[in-house]
Design a binder for this molecule. Structure first.
Ligand SMILES: *[C@@H]1O[C@H](CO)[C@@H](O)[C@H](O)[C@H]1NC(C)=O
Ligand SMILES: *[C@@H]1O[C@H](CO)[C@@H](O)[C@H](O)[C@H]1NC(C)=O
Length: 440
C-alpha cells in the first residue's frame, strides 16, 4: 500500500506541474481588472470586456466571454473584464461609452469591437487585430492557402515601399477591425492573378480578384464630388475609399452588429427581409426569396455594384424601426443610409421576381419611386413613438402580468393619490368641526 500511496503522490505532483506549466503558457480564465489595469494596459495584448452588473446584454455575454478566454488565453492574449460601476475612473480613462464594450489593447493601440457578440465573431476579431495590420505571405503555397481560407480579403503585390505601400498600410490599419490585409511578391500570386504592372492592390471576393485602379477611382470621386450633395466622409485617401466600398461580398448577411458598417459603404442597401428561428433556420419560401435576391445581385453586379450593396437580414426587428411598421417577411427594402430614406416596392413577395426587382432598382435610380422616411423632425417623432409602441407590445407579449403590474401600478398610485387628496379635504373639514365642537 505504501508504494501505491507513493505513486499517487507522484501522480499528483505530476498533474500539478502540468497544470502550472499550462497556466504559465497562458491563463484560460478571465482576469478581474481594476485600477492597476491602467498601469499594465500597454504591455502585451489585453482583450477586455467593460461591463456593469445591472446590464442584461453584459450578462448574456458572460458565458461567451469565458469561452473567448479559454480559446485566446493559451494563444498569448490576456482576457479580462472591468466592472465599470466599481472602477468608473478606469472606464472613463479608456473611453468606455456603453455596456458591454469590448476592447483590444495592443501596445499603445486600442481597437473597440462593434460586431455581433457571439464567440466566433469575437475570436475572429481578436486574432485579426492582435496580429500585424499587413500579413506578409512568403511563398505561393501561403497565398493559395489564404485564398482558400478567407472569402474576402485585400492583398498588396510588389515591393513594400513607395506611395502605394504607405497608403495600403494606412488603409490596413484603419480597416483591420473588419478585414484581412496581406502582402506578397507578384511571383507568389502568379497562379492566381496576372499583373501587367506592379505594385498593385487587389481585393478578393465572390471567388475572384479585382484590381484597384487609382486613376479610375480618382475620376469617380471627382465625378461624385461635383454632384450637389456630396459628402466624402472621413475615409481619407482614394485607396481608403475604395477599400471601404469593396470590403463586402456581393450578397452579405446583415445583422444588428454589422448593420452600421454595411451602411457606411456609401451605397444603397438592397435587403431581403427574412426571418430565421433561434438556430438560424428558415422556411422554404424564405430560402427561395433569398436565392432570388442573390441571383439579382449577380445579374446586376456589372451595372449596379457601385451603387447598391445587396444583402439579407434574418430578423425583421432590425428593419421595422426604419420603415416604422411591422414588416411581414419575406420582403424587400432599399435603404439609402446617407439620406435616411427608404424605398418599398409594395408588391407581394410572390410577385417579386428577378425582373421585377431589377425594374424596381431602375425606377429608384430614375427617381420615379417616392422615397419614404427621412430625417425631418416629424419622422423622428414618429420613429420614437413607433419604437416605444413596439417595445411595449413586445413586453406585453413576453410577460403580460409584469407589464400589467408595471403600468397598472402607477395608474393605481395616481388614483390613490387623487383619492387621498379628496379625502384629506373631507378629513380636514372633520377636524375643523371637531375643534369647533371642543371650543363649544
Ligand atoms: C480616450 O479619448 C481621448 C480623447 O479622444 C484620447 O486622447 C485617449 O487616447 C483615449 N484613450 C484611450 C485609451 O483610447
Ligand atoms: C455580419 O455578422 C454576421 C454574424 O456575425 C456574419 O455572418 C456576416 O457575415 C456579417 N456580415 C458582414 C457584411 O460582415
Amino acid at each position: 500500500t505504501f508504494s501505491i500511496f507513493k505513486m499517487q503522490q507522484f501522480f499528483i505532483v505530476f498533474l500539478v506541474s502540468i497544470c502550472s506549466y499550462t497556466s504559465a503558457l497562458g491563463s484560460t480564465k478571465v482576469f478581474e481588472l481594476g485600477d492597476s489595469f491602467l498601469d499594465v494596459k500597454n504591455e502585451g495584448i489585453w482583450f477586455v470586456k467593460c461591463f456593469a452588473p445591472w446590464c442584461a446584454h453584459c450578462k448574456k455575454l458572460e458565458p461567451v466571454w469565458k469561452q473567448v478566454a479559454q480559446f485566446l488565453g493559451p494563444q498569448g492574449f490576456r482576457v479580462g473584464r472591468i466592472d465599470c460601476t466599481r472602477f468608473p475612473n478606469v472606464c472613463s480613462e479608456i473611453n468606455v461609452t456603453g455596456y458591454p464594450q469590448i476592447m483590444l489593447f495592443k501596445g499603445d493601440e486600442v481597437v473597440t469591437y462593434n460586431g455581433d457578440r457571439n464567440r466566433e465573431s469575437i475570436i475572429d476579431f481578436g486574432l485579426r487585430v492582435a496580429g500585424p495590420p499587413v500579413r506578409i505571405l512568403r511563398d505561393p503555397a501561403d497565398f493559395k492557402d489564404v485564398a482558400r481560407t478567407y472569402d474576402n480579403f485585400f492583398t498588396y503585390l510588389g515591393d513594400r515601399q513607395g506611395d502605394l505601400w504607405d497608403k495600403y498600410e494606412a488603409a490596413a490599419k484603419k480597416y483591420l477591425a473588419f478585414n484581412y490585409f496581406f502582402a506578397a511578391s507578384p511571383s507568389c500570386a502568379e497562379q492566381k492573378i496576372k499583373l501587367k504592372k506592379y505594385p498593385a492592390v487587389a481585393v478578393y471576393k465572390d471567388g475572384r480578384f479585382q484590381l484597384y485602379d487609382e486613376s479610375n477611382q480618382i475620376k469617380a470621386e471627382a465625378l461624385r464630388s461635383s454632384e450637389a450633395n456630396s459628402e466624402s466622409g472621413d475615409e481619407g485617401t482614394s485607396l481608403n475609399h475604395w477599400v471601404n466600398k469593396e470590403r463586402f461580398s456581393r450578397f452579405v448577411k446583415v445583422t444588428a452588429g454589422n448593420f452600421s458598417q454595411v451602411a457606411r459603404s456609401g451605397k444603397l442597401l438592397v435587403l431581403a427581409v427574412l426571418e430565421e428561428n433561434k438556430i438560424g433556420e428558415m422556411t422554404a419560401s424564405m430560402k427561395v426569396f433569398r436565392r432570388m435576391m442573390e441571383e439579382v445581385s449577380k445579374m446586376s453586379s456589372e451595372k449596379y455594384s457601385n451603387k447598391y450593396q445587396f444583402g439579407w437580414v434574418g430578423n425583421p426587428d432590425l428593419i421595422n424601426p426604419i420603415v416604422m411598421e411591422r414588416i411581414i417577411p419575406p420582403s424587400l427594402i432599399v435603404i439609402d443610409p446617407k439620406n435616411e430614406v427608404h424605398y418599398t416596392s409594395g408588391d407581394l413577395p410572390e410577385k417579386l421576381t428577378e425582373e421585377a426587382v431589377l425594374l424596381f432598382l431602375t425606377n429608384i435610380e430614375e427617381g420615379t419611386i417616392q422615397a419614404e422616411g427621412g430625417s425631418g423632425l416629424f419622422t423622428r417623432i414618429q420613429r420614437t413613438y413607433f419604437q416605444a409602441r413596439i417595445s411595449l407590445e413586445d413586453m406585453w407579449r413576453g410577460n403580460p402580468i409584469l407589464t400589467a403590474v408595471l403600468f397598472g401600478l402607477p395608474v393605481g398610485f395616481f388614483i390613490l393619490i387623487c383619492y387621498s387628496i379628496c379625502c384629506s379635504d373631507i378629513m380636514d373639514a372633520d377636524d375643523d368641526e371637531d375643534t369647533h365642537e371642543k371650543k363649544d
